[in-house]
Design a protein. Sequence first.
Length: 122
Amino acid sequence: MPQQQPLAPQYTTARDFSVNFNGTNEGAPPYYSLRRPKREFPVFEGNDVLKWIYKCNHYFDVEEVAGHDKLKLASYYLDGMVLCWHQNFMRSLGGQVVPWPEYVEALCCRFGEGKKSIRRTH
């Protein structure tokens, strides 16, 4: 009777993913980890805000970016008139911390279709 291979483990995040490899070591087969492909963070210059927000959220999920780091990371990739808007927006808040969802709402109001856009992104 042929031996059955054990079932593959379940992975909850991309960081948990590894591939077991049936090597010559009977007791403990060696294993190796697959690295996720590096993705460039999208630059935003004011066009298609919904597409940019979708890509940002996807990047945040895959890279497991903490909530308090999302705006800091995203703002680094703003350019042109969006960067000017961002600087003025942040200055107007006087150093107040802005959660990512609130920032997205303000960004959509300025560069998208306002609240209608936000509902379509979640």
